[in-house]
Design a protein around this ligand. Structure first.
Ligand SMILES: [Zn+2]
Length: 217
């Protein structure tokens, strides 16, 4: 059987590639973080548990049903599978989910402070990055807290004392949001370190949201 005969080969390959990007872009270290993509109404592909990103092959990427049962792949799925499934369940618009412990955004997560619109690129995620209540990692309760914070209007949330969750139409889009959240967190941190950053008003964020649809194209 050649690689391309594997079911959902392209999506599982994308999970491998974005996993390696997490390390290259300093969004995570070691085996931290996890990512997933919706395959159809009842299934997602998600990064496996405990394998270094450099070593994950498409065939290792588990396919999981909406109850969390592995239907394909010999490797255990990420322990955060309940959180990923909670997002897909509550947000039919979402096709990809990324979870990181990126350092600047996680700094705000540990403070329990949302990241406000001190830079216009926050509009990728909404008017701010809200904070989800603290829940133990790898529990269904963490998933509930995360979807509560995301609501219908945000594409990212901080997981209090833990990290970042992003969700968007595709895995690639969710990955871009994870990069933007870390960038905006870093700028906000730096701005706060030497001054008092001005926050953009909500009506400007609304205006930007429309323009950013074509950002980078
Ligand atoms: Zn985590």
């Amino acid at each position: 059987m050649s690689d391309t005969d594997i079911t959902h080969y392209e999506t599982r390959k994308a999970i491998c590639e974005y996993g390696r990007s997490l390390l290259e872009d300093d969004l995570t270290t070691g085996t931290g973080g996890n990512l997933s993509a919706r395959l159809d109404e009842d299934h997602i592909a998600i990064s496996p548990s405990g394998i270094p990103y450099e070593e994950i092959d498409p065939v290792d990427v588990p396919i999981v049903d909406t109850d969390g049962n592995v239907v394909e792949g010999d490797v255990e799925p990420s322990t955060e599978v309940p959180m990923h499934l909670a997002v897909y369940r509550e947000r039919p618009d979402v096709g990809g989910v990324v979870h990181t412990h990126s350092p600047y955004a996680t700094t705000f997560a540990s403070l329990g402070e949302s990241i406000p619109a001190s830079h216009y690129l926050i509009a990728f995620t909404g008017s701010a990055v809200p904070v989800a209540e603290y829940r133990t990692h790898a529990t269904a309760e963490l998933g509930e807290a995360a979807v509560d914070a995301l609501g219908d209007e945000y594409n990212a949330a901080l997981l209090r004392n833990h990290g970042v969750l992003t969700a968007d139409e595709s895995l690639g889009d969710a990955y871009d949001v994870a990069l933007m959240v870390e960038y905006c967190a870093r700028i906000h941190y730096q701005a706060r370190a030497i001054g008092d950053p001005e926050i953009l008003p909500d009506d400007e964020i609304d205006r930007l949201s429309g323009k950013l649809d074509s950002y980078g194209q």
